[in-house]
Design a protein around this ligand. Structure first.
Ligand SMILES: NC(=O)C1=CN([C@@H]2O[C@H](COP(=O)(O)OP(=O)(O)OC[C@H]3O[C@@H](n4cnc5c(N)ncnc54)[C@H](OP(=O)(O)O)[C@@H]3O)[C@@H](O)[C@H]2O)C=CC1
Ligand SMILES: CCCCCC(=O)/C=C/[C@@H]1[C@@H](C/C=C\CCCC(=O)O)[C@@H](O)C[C@H]1O
Length: 328
């Protein structure tokens, strides 16, 4: 018999999440039926979307939503022999039983590449960067691309893909250590948005001619300022709005119409699953760039399933450099 631990949402978040909003539970899993597979989670992802989507689609008492890299430990399903690795969407659990549906087998995975990257650069966040940049921003060589939350899971891939595409890249992040990292991985310009005196001046200094593309991960005040520095026919990919995820009262800001009209801008929100039909092809390309060293990957690994809430709250506070994951 296997005892599985899970983290449940005890109380809906109000403002920034607290330890007391989470509860650790333990259950005994039943015996496998024909077709079933028993998995153990090896790495779990903590992502910003868990904050807004918990409010939108979870009830108190539900297991926290989320994905993991998991390994088969017992199987009555020939598609998933013992030892097989998958990416699953089974929430914050140490073990779970699946009927084999809605799992993604890890593609060919070179020995030297950590499997945790299937939750980061070679997974959902990397795909978000890829499709947001190529399908929404429609980058062209010579474009100047601005990216926020640039040292995180999505942003760090956006910047490196834009460099592969021949663009000039400007990144913003919330610490000097992150800014130094951005320069190290090839960003042309980077600044700490928390310490620059004026965001407007910092954006102007980084690109006096303005920006062709803005990959927006944060929304809020920063984006209102950036909007005024877009070039004519600029493209804005609205990927996320983390600056507002913990707000109890929605932010009110300058409205977008005037700057959009003056410079004939395009602004489009997107969710990465829109391109599920191109997922496998994009993952192959991301894996190849990682293997070739053209995309560098950083991970912020927290050890221990017990620390899931701390890892999640730490990521929301900006403690992570690269992708935030938990090693069980
Ligand atoms: N549309 C889609 O399909 C998807 C959208 N996303 C979105 O992309 C964004 C980045 O996600 P992801 O790369 O996984 O996360 P990150 O790895 O970038 O981690 C979150 C980062 O957000 C930054 N942050 C936190 N609070 C603020 C704030 N108030 N203002 C500015 N930055 C803040 C912090 O970095 P710092 O220290 O720099 O402040 C923190 O490290 C999120 O908005 C997420 O919702 C992600 C996946 C899919
Ligand atoms: C205002 C919220 C914006 C969030 C942007 C973001 O980070 C999106 C991430 C998605 C994420 C969606 C998560 C759960 C969907 C649940 C659907 C429902 O039942 O409401 C996940 O799919 C990975 C990213 O595509």
């Amino acid at each position: 018999m296997v005892r599985a631990k899970s983290w449940v949402l005890k109380k809906h978040f109000e403002g920034f999440p607290k330890d007391s909003d989470f509860e650790l539970k333990e259950v005994e899993l039943p015996k496998l039926k024909d077709g079933d597979v028993l998995f153990e989670s090896v790495f779990l992802s903590v992502d910003p979307y868990m904050r807004p989507y918990s409010t939108r689609s979870m009830k108190e008492g539900d297991t926290m939503m989320g994905t993991q890299v998991a390994r088969v430990v017992e199987s009555k399903n020939p598609t998933y022999p013992v030892g097989t690795y998958v990416v699953a969407n089974s929430g914050w659990r140490t073990h779970f039983i699946s009927d084999g549906k809605d799992l993604h087998l890890l593609p060919f995975w070179p020995e030297k590449i950590p499997r945790s990257l299937a939750l980061g650069t070679i997974g959902m966040p990397g795909l978000t960067a890829y499709f947001g940049l190529f399908e929404i921003c429609k980058i062209r060589a010579g474009d100047t691309v601005l990216v926020t939350a640039a040292a995180g899971a999505v942003g760090s891939v956006v910047g490196q893909l834009a460099k592969i595409g021949g663009c000039k890249v400007v990144g913003c992040a919330g610490s000097d250590k992150k800014v130094a990292y951005l320069k190290q991985i090839g960003f042309d310009e980077a600044f700490n948005y928390k310490t620059v005196g004026s965001l407007e001046e910092a954006l102007k200094k980084a690109s006096p001619d303005g920006y062709d593309c803005y990959f927006d991960n944060v929304g809020g005040e920063f984006s209102s300022i950036a909007l005024n520095q877009m070039k004519r026919f600029g493209r804005i990919a609205v990927c996320g709005a983390i600056s507002g995820y913990n707000d109890t009262v929605p932010q009110k800001g300058p409205y977008v119409q005037i700057p959009m009209l003056f410079n004939q801008l395009s602004m489009e929100g997107f969710i990465v699953s829109r391109w599920n039909d191109k997922r496998e092809e994009a993952l192959k390309r991301l894996l190849k760039w990682v293997v070739e060293g053209k995309i560098k990957c950083e991970e912020h690994v927290t050890e221990g399933f017990e620390k899931m809430p701390a890892a999640f709250m730490g990521m929301l506070k900006g403690e992570n450099l690269g992708k935030a994951v938990v090693k069980v």
